[in-house]
Design a protein around this ligand. Structure first.
Ligand code: SAH
Ligand code: SF4
Length: 360
């Protein structure tokens, strides 16, 4: 059985040629799978019944199976999926109020914004010291269909339509170690989610950044830094040995940024490791060589899997933010959503037990 999810309209046309020969059928099927979130052929009521039956005999729509949903009181919901080979991955539905202060009623939050956080790999080989996903080991690359399928399954479950959500590649895995499938997924998502509303977050894989830079429609780029000098960063993110800061920043300077856009630098704050004012000043000096903004993420702790690593106090986080702003760089702090659902950054593991408890 061939999976039609993950195929472009052109590839669908080629695949279904024998059962649905008219050229417009592929576009219809693509619409049903994507914009209308059909999970099987019986739902495709604009196709003749005999055609639906013939399609069901030869093809599937491999939307990943939702095996658990964990809602948190703040509206965030974590989805656990099982893939065809039994691999488990997670994706997160995040809803934030835009908090547009209104002079008529300052207490009523404005419209809310939906963000879907997708996984690109089952596990992650990059092995950052502060990340639970890294504890799982390398896992495997997801296919474009498995990536887009997470989005479609969540859209169906939560009942939102096209152009209603932003997409961030900040779930499990390093998207730029899976560039070819992530790129295909970006193409497939483009009709639903404009690249302007899509963000790829990378640990700094230089060849992947270069490959994305060559695309005609680029997503927003977020780079996980977490250290403002090579020695701090290497301790936390071993990938810094392969692509040290100088090389990373040289690649970022070549990134074709549209006017008014900025590169986001994510910085996980860990008590006593990278959270002093001196670190903040160094960080600002490093990133302000580019149009940049900083997103501070106070560490999401895990006593079992990240023993010894602590989140700094709110006062330290605020002082750090102030020092970065003082260095001329805009800052946001990600006071994590979905903590109760274990759905916050760096806490996605796709199973209950990690392979290797951390001893560092
Ligand atoms: N591999 C990519 C995208 C997935 S991780 C990357 O590293 O950018 C998404 C974000 O979660 C990264 O910015 C990462 O630094 C952050 N993160 C990982 N573990 C975390 C933790 N325990 N607490 C807070 N943020 C964490
Ligand atoms: Fe992988 Fe990103 Fe976690 Fe690092 S932070 S181990 S790159 S998922």
């Amino acid at each position: 059985m061939q999976d039609l999810l993950g195929l472009s309209p052109l590839d669908i046309a080629r695949a279904v040629r024998d059962v649905a020969p008219e050229p417009f059928r592929a576009a219809q099927i693509f619409q049903w799978i994507h914009a209308r979130r059909a999970a099987d052929f019986t739902e495709m009521t604009s196709l003749p019944k005999a055609m639906r039956e013939a399609l069901a005999e030869g093809f599937v729509i491999g939307v990943p199976k939702v095996i658990a949903r964990t809602p948190a009181p703040d509206g965030t919901e974590k989805f656990l999926f099982e893939l065809a080979d039994g691999a488990r991955i997670e994706a997160v539905y995040i809803v934030e109020s835009k908090k547009t202060p209104s002079w008529t009623d300052p207490e009523t939050p404005g419209a809310s914004r939906i963000t879907i956080c997708l996984s690109s790999q089952a596990g992650c080989a990059v092995d950052c010291a502060f990340c639970v996903t890294g504890r799982m080991g390398a896992g495997r690359n997801l296919t474009a269909g498995e990536i887009v399928g997470q989005y479609l399954a969540i859209a169906r479950a939560k009942g939102f339509g096209p152009h209603a959500a932003n997409v961030v590649f900040m779930g499990m895995g390093e998207p730029l170690l899976n560039v070819s499938q992530v790129t295909r997924a970006l193409d497939l998502l483009e009709e639903e989610v404009s690249p302007k509303r899509t963000t790829v977050s990378t640990a700094g894989v230089v060849p992947g950044i270069e490959s994305l830079a060559g695309r005609p429609h680029r997503p927003n780029l977020a780079v996980s830094l977490s250290g403002a000098d090579d020695s701090t960063r290497t301790k936390l993110m071993p990938i810094n040995r392969t692509y040290p800061l100088a090389e990373l920043f040289a690649a970022l300077k070549r990134w074709p940024l549209e006017r008014g856009r900025k590169i986001t630098f994510e910085y996980v704050l860990i008590e006593g490791v990278n959270d002093t004012s001196a670190d903040a000043v160094k960080l600002a000096a490093l990133v302000r060589t580019l149009p940049a903004k900083v997103n501070l993420i106070p560490l999401n702790e895990s006593k079992e899997w990240l023993p010894g690593l602590k989140r700094p106090s709110d006062a330290t986080v605020n002082a750090f933010a102030k020092a970065v702003v003082g260095g001329g760089v805009p800052v946001t702090v990600r006071w994590s959503k979905g903590l109760q659902a274990d759905a916050a950054c760096g806490q996605l593991k796709g199973r209950e037990e990690p392979r290797r408890p951390r001893s560092r």
